[in-house]
Design a protein around this ligand. Structure first.
Ligand SMILES: *[C@@H]1O[C@H](CO)[C@@H](O)[C@H](O)[C@H]1NC(C)=O
Ligand SMILES: *[C@@H]1O[C@H](CO)[C@@H](O)[C@H](O)[C@H]1NC(C)=O
Ligand SMILES: *[C@@H]1O[C@H](CO)[C@@H](O)[C@H](O)[C@H]1NC(C)=O
Ligand SMILES: [Cu+2]
Length: 334
């Protein structure tokens, strides 16, 4: 009995840890696929900086807001062109799907100044934002992150006029399921090293540092209304950079099917493509239903696709309940 109890106790302890968090497990840069290393696991050559745990960074001023927990300089630098697509795959622990569905995805770049990224140990990187996406463009209750939970990938486009050189791409999910409490937000930053070729001459007009760009009291980080279907989301951090390319962030289904989704990057892109001086959205979701303010492409979530995760919370509590029952039985029998 003692053994059973011990096993059950350790299962109870392990389940939330293994299941509830995650990391960037793969990137595709300009058509080339790169695997990431498992957090805390073995290290193979990769351009994705390896972190030590799938657990979130907590606290906006945490030093690991830079590139994730104990992020290590990676040995490879992926080759990219200005305007290259970069596709991120998020995974949970132990091969599970990404477990969260509430909160934004944001992407920054920063030059590995003075060296190549595989030798770049500095943490004073000057970051500029190239993409941000929150709720679905035509639906103020569903977050694009829900699709990541349903195994979709997320693709950003590098600025089309960016100066050549080595850059870190800091792609981040902020999971807001606990954000109704101050300090509840879970930060999942991830860094990929890329070498941009070409002869662009674009430089960012505004940069931030990590930690530094966010505060725990920012409206998009401490958000008492996060579950309010009608609330619009205020992105933390700087506005989208002047370097943002003309292409929108895209959600891709697993197994080839793709669907376009929209971020406010799209809004900015639309604005600049039409030659207007309109600034990017400055941190708010541009596409409140019926706002008619922008021509973002409509997008709906296919909830039957890659549906493992749509059932996850129910499944999870069922498992927990069974474990608890077993545990109680075991304890009583002892
Ligand atoms: C979003 O757009 C899709 C495609 O046009 C449409 O089918 C869906 O009903 C829309 N959803 C909402 C909430 O308006
Ligand atoms: C940089 O450019 C962006 C996009 O045009 C703009 O929203 C932002 O205000 C600019 N920042 C500064 C400091 O001028
Ligand atoms: C949703 O995805 C599933 C699986 O890929 C597919 O069979 C189904 O036709 C899709 N439904 C819609 C409405 O696109
Ligand atoms: Cu988590």
């Amino acid at each position: 009995m003692k053994t059973t109890t011990t096993v059950l106790l350790s299962l109870l302890a392990a389940v939330p840890y293994v299941s509830a968090h995650g990391f960037v497990s793969q990137v595709v840069v300009n058509g080339q696929t790169y695997q990431g290393n498992n957090p805390g696991g073995d290290t193979s050559p990769s351009p994705i900086r390896q972190i030590s745990t799938i657990s979130p960074v907590k606290g906006a001023t945490n030093k690991d807001m830079f590139c994730g927990y104990d992020a290590q300089v990676a040995s490879e630098v992926a080759t990219a062109d200005p305007g290259s697509k970069v596709t991120f795959t998020w995974s949970g622990g132990d091969g599970q799907n990404w477990p969260h569905n509430t909160g934004p995805l944001m992407t920054y770049m920063g030059a590995c100044e003075g060296t190549t990224c595989d030798k770049y140990t500095a943490t004073d990187t000057k970051w500029f934002k190239i993409d941000e996406v929150g709720k679905e463009a035509n639906d103020s209750s569903t977050w694009v992150q829900q699709e990541i939970m349903n195994r979709a990938t997320y693709t950003v486009t590098l600025p089309s006029n960016i100066e050549p050189g080595d850059y870190l791409i800091r792609h981040e999910i902020i999971a807001l399921h606990l954000a109704t409490s101050m300090g509840g937000a879970e930060f999942y930053p991830s860094c990929t090293q890329v070498r941009v070729t070409g002869n662009g001459n674009g430089t960012p007009n505004q940069t931030v540092s990590f930690p530094g760009a966010y505060s725990d009291s920012d409206p998009g980080i401490y958000d008492p209304n996060v579950y309010d279907p009608g609330s619009s989301y205020v992105f933390p951090g700087p506005p989208l950079s002047n370097l943002v390319s003309g292409d929108t962030g895209t959600v891709g289904g697993q197994g080839g099917s793709t669907a376009s989704a929209t971020g406010s990057g799209a809004a900015s892109a639309t604005a600049s493509a039409s030659g207007s001086q309109a600034s990017p959205t400055g941190g708010t979701v541009a596409a409140a239903p019926g706002s008619g303010k922008c021509s973002l492409k409509a997008h709906s979530v296919n909830t039957t696709q890659g549906n493992l995760n749509a059932n996850y919370p129910r499944h999870f509590s069922r498992v927990m309940k069974r474990l608890l029952n077993d545990f109680q039985t075991a304890t009583h029998q002892r």
